[in-house]
Design a protein around this ligand. Structure first.
Ligand SMILES: C[S@@+](CC[C@H](N)C(=O)[O-])C[C@H]1O[C@@H](n2cnc3c(N)ncnc32)[C@H](O)[C@@H]1O
Length: 248
């Protein structure tokens, strides 16, 4: 799968646009600000951040392909710089950043406490961080056999996603790192099977589970047939949080 095209499709969904706008609003970026987008992907949100008039917008991503694409998309924006780097050891000086965002990155990270420690290190004392993180162990679909849904979800959490349940830990991890947390949980809804299949990987992951011997091939095929047949719903918990430095 083309990872860049996938990220663009995910970001274009109505629910995604809505939470991204809400978090951009919560960031309250001002002209003199330095803004960091940790795990910026192909530059999904860098242009919106640049449009705020911030003095500097810095995108950081661990994948060279994402960095190259993000640089390409922002080459006409002198206030935007994109660097290769790890969220757990940010290539940024202490207390240099006014605003930061971390959008659907933490599930790639086995030790997310180090991301929050880094965010606190680079953030000014009056800074703001916004985080968005789905919890992969909450993916629910209808119709279809509930046990198969559960088996696919379990396989995804155990074998596909590095840190599937980090969404529910965001508030605690942030507080441990010295932030106060304004947490909100929403439940995006997808009513179109083809879109949910693409974004949540229902078919891809069922196939993987079959190949790994964790799911019967006929059960998987029947599950997917039922899901694709008529009225459909998929949902999951999306944790978003606005963080501010507080007392430890
Ligand atoms: C699902 S994409 C989200 C991209 C973008 N934030 C968005 O909302 O569209 C996750 C991104 O995080 C990056 N990533 C994963 N682990 C990372 C790490 N340890 N440090 C920095 N970036 C990381 C991936 O390369 C990928 O581009």
């Amino acid at each position: 799968m083309d990872a860049i095209a996938y990220m663009d499709r995910a970001a274009a969904l109505d629910d995604a646009r809505a939470y991204k706008l809400r978090l951009l609003d919560a960031l309250d970026v001002r002209r003199r600000h330095t803004v960091l987008d940790v795990g910026c992907g192909p530059g999904t949100d860098l242009l919106d951040l640049a449009a705020t008039g911030a003095e500097w917008v810095i995108g950081i991503d661990a994948d060279p392909l994402m960095v190259a694409e993000a640089r390409h998309r922002t080459e006409e924006y002198p206030a935007v710089a994109v660097h290769l780097g790890d969220a757990r050891s940010l290539p940024v000086s202490d207390a240099m950043v006014d605003r930061a965002r971390v959008d659907r990155v933490l599930h790639y990270v086995p030790d997310p406490e180090n991301v929050f420690a880094e965010l606190r290190r680079v953030l000014k004392d009056d800074g703001v961080v916004v985080v968005a993180q789905p919890d992969w162990d909450t993916i629910t679909v209808d119709p279809g056999d509930v046990r198969t849904n559960r088996a696919v979800r379990e396989f995804v959490c155990d074998h596909v996603v590095t840190n599937a349940t980090v969404g529910r830990r965001v508030a605690r991890l942030a507080e441990d790192a010295g932030f106060t947390v304004d947490l909100r949980i929403t439940t995006p809804v997808l009513r179109d099977f083809a879109t949910a299949d693409d974004i949540l990987g229902l078919g891809r992951n069922a196939e993987r589970a079959v190949r790994a011997g964790q799911l019967d091939a006929d059960e998987a095929a029947e599950w997917l047939r039922t899901l694709a047949a008529g009225r459909f719903l998929a949902t999951f918990m999306l944790f978003t949080a606005v963080l501010r430095p507080g007392s430890r």
